[in-house]
Every structure is written in structure tokens, then in C-alpha cells.
Design a protein around this ligand. Structure first.
Ligand code: ZN
Length: 314
């Protein structure tokens, strides 16, 4: 089987996971800043080199992320310099907040669904991306790295399968702004492996100047198969979330990202290097489980590593 020797994993649980957490009364569950800082330190200690640390969305809309500025200030100098922390932002204000708290990398996002965009923002996805020009200018002036995400490039609950031409148009709008790092995010959990393989092959061949991240939600149990399909198409960078935490505010029934420990365990067993210690990740996920107060969608957390089983059966 054609698989890479190594892959990079970005932990997105602190953002994509925690932003959806609610308490038993349905109110936003907001972790303490000090807990988030400790989690970040543990993630760096486990070997992660890329971590999505939070977002600069409006604090009234996403109260779980309101302290991201403070988290960034408190973590400064406490993890190795080669750990990249990125923050999701909605607009220019987000880049300004990044500058104020010392964040070096931000990520923009646009929905690939034309209907979703037209309904919510009254513009096409390409028009949304073109509107990010001020963000890119400000980020460049202040040496902040900027990347772009496309959510639902495979399928959306509004239109079903996303036409490849629509995805191309958004990629081209990002590239035109000078954004070359692009994330394809199956937030609705509707992608399937053959489609993932085809789209990954297509974008890699058509846009060789770009670097790609893949972000799969495990809403219908297909995320691991999608990662395998993407790797076979030559992709080597994937997002995942501790304990499979997360959801999507726009998509009914959306599950979290594929669980980090499940992905890293599979890659370990396949002989694909990640540089991340799965045992440490499992310990982090157990701590998260206590902090959020509910069970997590993680196979390896339930069953343990395959490795630990060998020789235990009489
Ligand atoms: Zn997501």
C-alpha cells in the first residue's frame, strides 16, 4: 500500500472541541484559562508541533473561546519555539487580536456551500475570500502567518456533493491573496473515501504551490477511512481532536473530529511516524474527560493500545 513514512498531526481539540462544549443546563461550558494553558503544555510535551490553540470569534457567540488572547499570553515562553500555535479568526479584528497577544499564525475559514454563504453572508464563497484581503495585508505587515480553511469542500447539508469547480474557485481566491496553506475541512462529516481520494489527487496536481491540511469529522464513522484515502493520494497533514471532542454549530448531529489517540495509534501500528507519544495523548484525553464531565468518542481510550494487549491473554 502506498503510504507516507511520516505525517504531521495538528491537535484542534482546544478550539474545535471545546468551542462546542455545554454544561448540563445547555449553557456554554467554559474551561479555566489555567487549565487550557496546562493542556497546551502537555500537548507540546507529548510531541505535537502544530496546535490550534483557540479562536478570536466574538466572545458572545463563542464564550468558550473568549480567553484565547489570555491563553496565548500565558503560554508564551513555556513551550518550545518550534511548536506552531494557530488561532482561527473571522476577520481583520482577529488579526489585530493576534498581534496584541503575540499569536504568530492565524487561520481564516469559508464555507464551500454557495447556498450557505449566500443565505448567511449574502455573498459567494469566492467573494468572502476576496474580502479577506485586509486581513492578509495586516498579517503580512506584522509578520503573522496566515492560512485558509474551506469547510464542506466534499459535501454540505445544503447542497449535497460540492462541485469540484466550486472548490477550485475558492482555492484560487486564496492563492490570489497569497495564502498557500489550505485546509479542507469536512465539518459536516459527509465525505467518503473515494471522493476524498479524487479531490486530494485533483488539488495536489492542479495547485502544486499549495500545502494541504485535511480535517475530518467522524460524524458517520468514516473519518479514519478518509484519512487513509487522503494519505494514498499523497496528503500528509491532518487535524484531529483529543478524545474525538467537538461538533459543528451549523450541522445537526455533527460529531467531533476524529480522535487524536485513535489516529496516532493507527499510524503507529502502520509504522508511520508522527513524533507524538500516544500514551501521553491518552492521558491528556482522560484529563479532558474529567474537565468536560462526559464520555468521549475514542476507541483507543476504551480499549487501550493493541501493543499493551499482547501477552496479557492466558
Ligand atoms: Zn471541525
Amino acid at each position: 500500500m502506498n503510504l507516507p513514512d511520516s505525517v504531521r498531526i495538528c491537535e484542534v481539540g482546544l478550539r474545535d472541541g471545546l468551542q462546542n462544549e455545554k454544561d448540563k443546563d445547555g449553557n456554554a461550558l467554559v474551561l479555566k484559562t489555567e487549565d487550557k494553558v496546562e493542556i497546551l503544555k502537555s500537548l507540546a510535551d507529548a510531541g505535537y508541533k502544530v496546535i490550534e490553540a483557540g479562536s478570536f470569534m466574538h466572545p458572545k457567540r463563542v464564550p468558550q473561546m473568549a480567553d484565547t488572547d489570555e491563553v496565548m499570553k500565558q503560554i508564551a515562553g513555556k513551550i518550545p519555539d518550534d511548536v506552531e500555535l494557530r488561532v482561527l479568526i473571522p476577520n481583520l479584528k482577529g488579526v489585530q487580536r493576534a498581534l496584541d497577544c503575540g499569536a504568530k499564525k492565524v487561520k481564516l475559514n469559508v464555507s464551500a456551500s454557495r447556498m450557505h454563504n449566500l443565505k448567511n453572508l449574502n455573498r459567494t464563497p469566492e467573494e468572502s475570500v476576496a474580502g479577506f484581503e485586509d486581513c492578509v495585508k495586516f498579517a503580512n505587515e506584522h509578520k503573522i502567518e496566515i492560512s485558509g480553511s474551506i469547510s464542506m469542500p466534499f459535501a454540505s447539508p445544503w447542497e449535497g456533493r460540492t462541485p469540484v469547480e466550486d472548490v477550485d474557485a475558492i482555492i484560487e481566491a486564496y492563492l490570489k491573496l497569497g495564502i498557500n496553506e489550505i485546509s479542507l475541512s469536512d465539518a459536516s462529516g459527509m465525505a467518503v473515501p473515494n471522493q476524498v481520494f479524487d479531490l486530494c489527487e485533483h488539488v495536489r496536481a492542479k495547485y502544486p504551490q499549495a500545502t494541504w491540511w485535511l480535517h475530518f469529522h467522524n460524524t458517520r464513522g468514516v473519518a479514519m477511512a478518509n484519512i487513509l484515502a487522503a494519505m494514498q493520494a499523497g496528503m500528509t497533514q491532518f487535524d484531529s481532536s483529543f478524545g474525538g471532542l467537538g461538533g459543528c454549530p451549523f450541522v445537526p448531529g455533527a460529531a467531533g473530529n476524529i480522535s487524536s489517540e485513535d489516529v496516532i495509534h493507527m499510524l503507529d501500528e502502520c509504522g508511520i511516524r508522527t513524533g507524538i507519544d500516544v500514551v501521553k495523548v491518552m492521558a491528556i484525553s482522560r484529563k479532558i474527560k474529567d474537565l468536560v464531565g462526559h464520555n468521549l468518542e475514542s476507541y483507543v481510550l476504551r480499549a487501550g493500545r493493541s501493543k499493551d494487549l499482547i501477552g496479557t491473554q492466558g
